[in-house]
Ligand binder design. Sequence first.
Ligand SMILES: [Zn+2]
Length: 478
Amino acid sequence: MKGLLLFITFLTSLFAANAQSEVVLENILVVDVKKGALLDSSQDIVIANGKIKEVIKAGTYSGDGLVIECSGQYLIPGLWDMHAHPDDPEMWRMNPTAERRDQLMPLFVLYGVTGIRDMAGDLNVINRWRKEIEDGNLLGPEIVAGGPLIDGPNPMWDGSIGIPSTERVKFKVDSLIDAGVDFLKIYSLLPDSIYFALSEYANSIDFPFVGHVPLDVTTLEAAESGMKSQEHLLNLLMDCSPHQEDFYNKTIDYGDVTGRLARYIYRSDLMIETYDPEKAEELFRSYVENESWHTPTISMWYKNAYFEREVRVDEAHIKYLPPYMREYWTPEVNDHLQLRDPGFLALKKRLVDKYLEVIGEMNQAGVKLLAGTDVGANPLCFPGLSLHYELEMLVEAGLTAGEALKTATFNPAEFLNVTERYGSIDEGKVADLVILSSNPLNDITNTRKIVGVIRNGTYYSGIEISNRMNEIADFQKK
Ligand SMILES: [Zn+2]
């Protein structure tokens, strides 16, 4: 027994030594995501100790590291999903087990997503993931996390922090910061008075807050009060309509339209029909001036509006998900899939079209955008895979492929203030990288053509990626 243990220790140290030695991506075409262009000539990328040690002209590497021949292949920084909920409180009712839930972590990386901004989940679970990932016991992305949602006195979801009054703001915020959150995630039902008290307090201690613009707050107020990122384009269309006041005050003249659903549709149609480009332009300027970023999560809106069709498109990917998630992504149980009558669906599709237009205009106006998927409870928002969908839809909205790629690489690093470590392929940065067989600047769908991933300096070949994917599918089948 002792001999076996010694042998295992010997093997482990061998692997550790191997992991420590240099890995060289030889003769690869590097995408400069800041410029949206390829570097002029092929490079050798030397990786050691989890970092990019050197970016040198191809053919000039002379060490004895593990060489991976990458001729004709393309290198991008690891992608970030800036709106993720792998431990979505909304799915807790499905009783997810830790073992099944943990297998969502490798999926991100295997699809090229090496970093996520967690936008609500149990901080204990997230901290355990962070530790296991850091210790090398679980393959997973870098995680930046906000912990629980901050909502009004009667929160919408389990696990949220409800703030009942302005007097409680300081205590609640302080306890979240003590618990180790990286930022505060605001939710929809937070009353405006409490929201403003919170923004004032957070600003006074220079702590970032992001999230849903609450129902009673305008996107301009959110930007001016320092909300660092606004999610899902919420409230934006109301703010671009001359009927803005009526929407917020709920004093719309519905004529003879009755019924809650019919009125909702009427109201949304009115927003789209009365969209005022000048009002919008002014608003976008305020986002830029106040450095209020936007995460449209357009693929989430799209997958919901077209669920009936898309559930077939995505059929092949469902097998990688834990059973509780597969089950939650069905109309029978999913809160987001209620109200599927034709009138409402047509409205959702019109909204997607309008949002695509708006995203294009925001980009033109210089509003800083982040790629995010809302992976979690929202149907067909997959760990990893959906980030590629999001990039494709951003291109559909009018971004160039290079601009779209930036929303998932350099922009997240800039937003999170970690450009020293992430966001581009430069010496000294963390070796989170994705190798592609085709140029993503020519066609954004090429980000899906992954032939290798490097996470924190460890290389995963294409074969290893598909083996691991198969293992996950097998595990989730049982
Ligand atoms: Zn979300």
